[in-house]
Design a binder for this molecule. Sequence first.
Ligand code: PEP
Length: 235
Amino acid sequence: MIIAANLKTNFTRSKTQAYITEIENFLIKKANTQKVLVFPVASSLIKHTGKLTIGAQNAHPAFNGAFTGEIAQEQLDEFEIKTILIGHSERRHIFGETQEEIVKKFNYYKDLLYKIVYCVGEPLDKREAGHDKMMSYISKQYEGIDTSYKKLIIAYEPVWAIGTGLTPTLKDIEFIHKELKEKSLAPLLYGGSIKVTNAKEVLELKNVDGILVGSAALYAKHFCTMIQFAQDLEK
Ligand code: PEP
């Protein structure tokens, strides 16, 4: 399974290094075979060879240039980063990234054969508008995305569940994942308030190929426990 940590805007470079070392040591010690991805803040990216993979939380679709505040391919190349996370709801809703802009990022890094974790998910008002409206909102986030891209990983993250402690019911997650799998056979992660206390039951669900974890992943030990759950399930 795929177990991913979105560190968001947390940790310094040295704390990130210590975090990565702790996770890497855990994976080696336990001979863990899960696919583990860690997305640190841009200023903490490092070149890492080992069992876990480091990815970037964002990347501008260009080699370099006049894009104040962004990072792009040249900065990723420096650390041999070949994995990016795009479409996260915090980028869509706080920074106003449009589907069109996200598609540009997707296509640019797809052409370079990057592994792309692509996030989709509905805000609360769309969920409350009923199933059909919610699914049509999510479907729009698939527009322009090559859903058959071999290095695509999709993360379903209901916006109202991110960082709130709220989660859909297990039945809901299973149901939505089944529908999303009809749009793409890419591995499908669930994200949104996953913690040690609920990770196992979510990982056990049909059509859940892994989890994307934010706040709870900041505790290396908790993140390792979740990675171990995945290993024990051996899906
Ligand atoms: C996220 O931001 O991708 C996320 C899943 O956050 P949290 O686990 O804190 O809800």
